[in-house]
Design a binder for this molecule. Structure first.
Ligand code: UD1
Ligand code: MG
Length: 475
């Protein structure tokens, strides 16, 4: 006992985080685990992991069950592997059972345990820090993060005793009419003295409407043991709302999107022609005086400089644009870079590290893959550039194809500076066209071309009077 008192008085107990993410999320009506559904282009679990990491915990434990491998992959994509441990909950017998799955790893730890739900994506690190600080300063055995909801239906209600302190949490399904009238709900986030939590968990039984082990019962058990249980009542209910259905998923998506676009307009000086019809990742950056037209989708960590114009229906993913770039309508640009004063589209497809240098132009129905178009060079119509490096001031004629694939391997094409590639040229890679050279329309280039050369194929032969005119036959 003396030992325990010493522990609880230690104000600087290390912080561990436990995220519950083993449930299927039946109300999503999905084959995919709920925490893998996305808001703002990232799985729900990633939002929670990112918030948790900002608190610098010693370790993050993630309880997995349904689609454990996929959930683990989503977590390791955003949390350094040295910081995270996975705990498997074999059968989903409730939130108390989920935490109990970490008993071996945590039961004897001197830490404070912050418990989070994987399905509450908007929670801010700031709020979690306040919860943690109140818990630490009050030296409580447990602190519950609560909020007030106009429509608290479905949530666990926080019931206070006459003096206003914590009494118990009652799940909606187990609550009396009177208890259901309470608008203060349990957000599903808590801080616990880790050892006391695991001791109290031994006393949780599944005698309730859902036949589950409720983590929420732990708080009342601790209180009945004379321990202090605190409540941190948070004013922003939205931030603490969980996602249980697809309708809620889309509400959250809209909310995050509206916030992102508003901030780009108000803080960054970006014009949106129709803010309700643009889809911008919250981690994208867009510079001053850019104009974003309707139907534009900007995903991932895309960075766009100043004074760019992005026309209707374009998607840009994880790409970097300089200043004064114009992207015309209906382009798809993925993992690529477009330098200042360049122009792309309409209907262009850039992918896998395509690069368009300053003042270069890519036109309609041009696909670029792993290729560079040098400064002031142009490729304006109906062209495929794959594994190609193109120098400066070069023109690629309509219908040009880099034949980069021999059925087994990909090969490179190099086109140097000041080259004119005639319409419909086939460049059979590996091949190099030296600077200043010209290819005639329809050339099939199979060998390297030295600088300042003309490549001309055999032109079609014209055979006079060989076509019988129909009207002559009829005569
Ligand atoms: C829970 C709380 C409720 C609170 C609400 C807030 C309990 C008993 N109830 O209810 O008081 O108002 O959250 O959002 O805790 N999970 C597991 N294993 C399980 C069951 C759940 O890992 O066996 C995970 C889920 O994947 C989810 C989280 O725990 O991420 C919460 O579970 P959920 O079923 O959504 O609980 P609620 O009914 O929302
Ligand atoms: Mg829930």
């Amino acid at each position: 006992m003396e030992h325990n008192q010493l522990q609880s008085e230690k104000s600087d107990a290390p912080l561990d985080v436990l995220i519950m993410a083993a449930g299927l999320g039946t109300r999503m009506k999905s084959r995919k685990a709920k925490v893998l559904h996305e808001v703002d282009g990232r799985p729900l679990i990633e939002h929670v992991c990112r918030a948790a990491q900002q608190l610098n915990p010693s370790r993050i434990y993630v309880v997995v069950g349904h689609q454990a491998a996929e959930v683990e992959a989503a977590v390791t994509a955003c949390v350094p592997s040295g910081l995270v441990s996975f705990v498997t909950q074999e059968q989903q017998k409730g939130t108390g059972d989920a935490v109990n799955a970490a008993r071996e790893a945590l039961a004897n730890s001197d830490s404070t345990l912050l418990i989070l739900s994987g399905d509450v994506p908007l929670v801010r690190a700031n709020t979690l820090t306040r919860l943690f600080e109140q818990h630490r300063e009050s030296k409580a055995a447990a602190t519950i993060l609560s909020t007030r909801l106009e429509n608290p239906s479905g949530y666990g209600r926080v019931i206070r005793c006459a003096e206003g302190g914590f009494d118990k949490i009652v799940e909606h399904k187990d609550a009396s009419e009177e208890e259901r009238a309470t608008k203060e709900i349990n957000s599903g986030f808590y801080c616990f003295d880790t050892k006391k939590l695991f001791r109290a968990l031994e006393r949780v039984h599944p005698q309730n409407a859902q036949g589950e082990y409720y983590l929420t019962d732990v708080a009342a058990i601790l209180r009945s043991e004379g321990e202090q249980v605190g409540i941190y009542l948070h004013p922003d209910a939205r931030e603490l709302s969980g996602i249980n259905t697809r309708a809620e998923l889309s509400e959250f998506e809209n909310l995050v999107r509206r916030r992102t676009i508003r901030s780009l307009m108000v803080e960054s000086g970006v014009t949106f022609i129709d803010p309700s019809n643009a889809y911008i990742s919250s981690s994208a950056k867009i510079g001053q005086d850019c104009v974003i037209h309707p139907g534009v989708v900007i995903e991932g960590d895309t960075v766009i400089g100043d004074t760019c114009v992005i026309r209707a229906g374009t998607r840009i993913t994880n790409s970097v644009l300089g200043n004064d770039v114009t992207i015309k309508d209906h382009c798809v640009i993925i993992d690529s870079r477009i330098d200042s004063k360049a122009s792309v589209g309409p209907f262009a497809h850039l992918r896998m590290n395509a690069r368009v240098a300053e003042q270069a132009a890519v036109g309609n129905f041009v696909e670029m893959k792993k290729s560079t178009l040098g400064k002031r060079s142009k490729s304006m119509h109906l062209t495929y550039l794959g594994d190609a490096t193109i120098g400066e001031n070069t023109n690629i004629g309509a219908g040009t194809i880099t034949c980069n694939y021999d059925g087994r391997n990909k090969h490179e094409t190099v086109i140097e500076n000041n080259v004119k590639i005639g319409s419909d040229t086939m460049l059979v890679a590996p091949v190099r066209v030296g600077s200043g050279s010209v290819t005639a329309a329809g050339s099939v280039v199979t060998k390297d071309v030295p600088p300042d050369s003309l490549v001309a194929g055999v032109p079609a032969v014209v055979k006079k009077h060989l076509v019988e005119r129909k009207d002559e036959q009829e005569r």
